[in-house]
Write a protein that binds this ligand. Structure first.
Ligand code: ADQ
Length: 461
């Protein structure tokens, strides 16, 4: 009998320190899992803080902080996770760096996370491990606690086999993941890539994956989504609309507002979209219209060199475009480099005309989905990279672009800005139906139901 208690293992805890207190961290994962964890669940992860690592209860959830010291942060987090795995898994948008010393720390942190989960999970309960930092946790946890049902979800893409092969420790990672009962990905393409990698490592069975000890491992796509009700409640609030109108007035009520909202990450294609915007201004395709670009970027991973360079590049482009096309008191790019409260983001989504989401590779991209449900007037247009996971759900409603094709990017921006009202409304209302039909609660319930189910070999045939 599988018990329903759940332990989540993730890089970060669902809470963070503010002064002397722990406060909830915002984010889709926390929102999705809180109802499932309340009163009987635990969350294991790094506290983001070097002083506090005693377990405590917060909002009915047992919080188990795992202490990471500076070397763990340098070698496991900034090093192996964010300078090796992140670029490799995002199709080598930057050159992945491999350092054997980082690997040792990475193994060590994964082992400590597994031990913390092993010592807290009740007998026969469920453990759900999240993301690329912790791919070795499932096998280590299974070794320590064979009674548990273990699930793993990868939030970022899983790379094609030819790229994955470059990784010196790829077999260890495959075996780590195959310690799970269910391995979940954002899209069918990611799940296929993983099946191929596991097959090439000699771990694959006839119908689905069978780990070396004869267990069955379910490998499937579970596309993540957003908390639709939370976005809709804010979208319907008159205060959100009033703020949107104020922001637009502050911009000088331009004819067209392009909008970008991202973590400042080199995978998000912020630079190529600004370059395309520059080309659009240069071409004069929009005639005499008054056009601006608003780019909101959350600071991210600033200890990693490639991220510092990405920020410099973006800021240089903002300066260049304003220098060339702006007038005194009328910049063409408005750039904000900080985190904004979610209600302000929803106002941003409402005041923009064209949402520009152009990653080179992205697991899903929640910004695209947040934009869709924040528009209650159905008038926005979404320009979306073919390489975002969200494109597999929104391909017939967004204007799809290849971020590697500068001319196509420029014409996609021009087309989006001039789409007829009828076309805009038709696309957005279909997009809303799609996003509303699979919200983040459906996602977590879908995954956990698969994890609870005993899959037999007979079912697989
Ligand atoms: P991220 O790479 O962080 O997530 P994304 O899915 O777009 O990318 O989520 C970003 C979140 O940050 C959104 O919820 C957005 O509202 C918020 N945000 C963005 N800019 C902000 C700002 N300036 N201030 C405050 N909040 C801001 C990873 C993967 C994605 C995958 C998610 C979930 O890279 O592909 O969709 O996990 O699985």
């Amino acid at each position: 009998m599988v018990r329903r208690e759940l332990t989540v293992v993730a890089n970060r805890l669902p809470v963070r320190r503010k002064g002397d207190e722990w406060i909830s961290s915002p984010g889709g994962l926390v929102t999705a899992l809180k109802p499932v964890l309340k009163d009987s669940g635990s969350w294991v992860g790094w506290s983001g803080d070097s002083e506090h690592y005693e377990p405590f209860i917060h909002d009915g959830i047992s919080v188990i902080p795992v202490h990471l010291d500076q070397r763990d942060l340098d070698e496991h987090y900034a090093g192996f996770s964010n300078a090796t795995l992140w670029p490799l898994y995002h199709h080598a948008v930057r050159e992945p760096v491999f350092d054997a010393q980082w690997w040792d720390r990475h193994v060590d942190v994964n082992r400590r996370m597994a031990e913390a989960a092993a010592s807290t999970a009740p007998k026969d309960s469920l453990v759900w491990v999240h993301d690329y930092h912790l791919q070795l946790v499932p096998s280590e946890l299974r070794r320590l606690r064979p009674d548990l049902r273990i699930g793993f979800f990868l939030h970022i893409p899983f790379p094609p086999h030819e790229l994955f092969q470059r990784l010196p420790r790829r077999r260890e990672l495959i075996d780590g993941l195959l310690g799970s009962d269910v391995v979940g990905f954002q899209t069918d393409g990611d799940a296929d890539n993983f099946r191929r990698a596991a097959h090439a490592a000699g771990r694959s069975g006839p119908t689905d994956l069978v780990a070396t000890d004869g267990r069955i491992v379910v490998v499937d796509a579970f596309p993540i989504s957003i908390d639709v009700a939370a976005s809709q409640d804010l979208a319907e609030d008159p205060a959100t609309h009033a703020r949107a109108a104020r922001i637009r007035a502050d911009l000088g009520n331009p004819d067209v507002v392009f909008l970008g909202v991202d973590r400042l990450d080199y995978t998000k294609g912020i630079d190529v979209r600004l370059e395309a915007f520059g080309q659009l201004l240069e071409s004069g395709a929009l005639g005499r219209s008054d056009v601006v670009f608003v780019q909101i970027a959350v600071p991210s991973r600033e200890t990693v060199e490639d991220y510092r360079e990405a920020r410099e590049r973006v800021e240089q482009l903002v300066g260049q475009l304003n220098g060339t096309y702006g007038r005194i008191g009328h910049p063409v790019v408005h750039y904000v480099h900080r985190e904004l409260p979610f209600d302000v983001l929803v106002s941003m989504y409402q005041m923009g005309d064209v949402m520009v989401v152009t990653p080179f590779a992205d697991g899903m991209n929640l910004v695209a989905k947040e934009f869709v449900v924040s528009r209650d007037n159905d008038e926005g247009v979404l320009v979306l990279s073919e390489f975002a996971g969200a494109a597999s759900e929104l391909d017939d409603v967004a204007i799809l672009v290849n971020p590697y094709d500068p001319e196509a990017m420029t014409s996609a921006l021009a087309r989006a800005a001039t789409l007829s009202l009828e076309d805009r409304v038709a696309r957005m209302s279909r997009a809303r139906t799609t996003v509303v039909a699979n919200d983040v609660h459906d996602w977590s319930a879908g995954f956990l139901n698969r994890l609870k189910g005993e899959t037999t070999l007979r079912e697989l045939k």
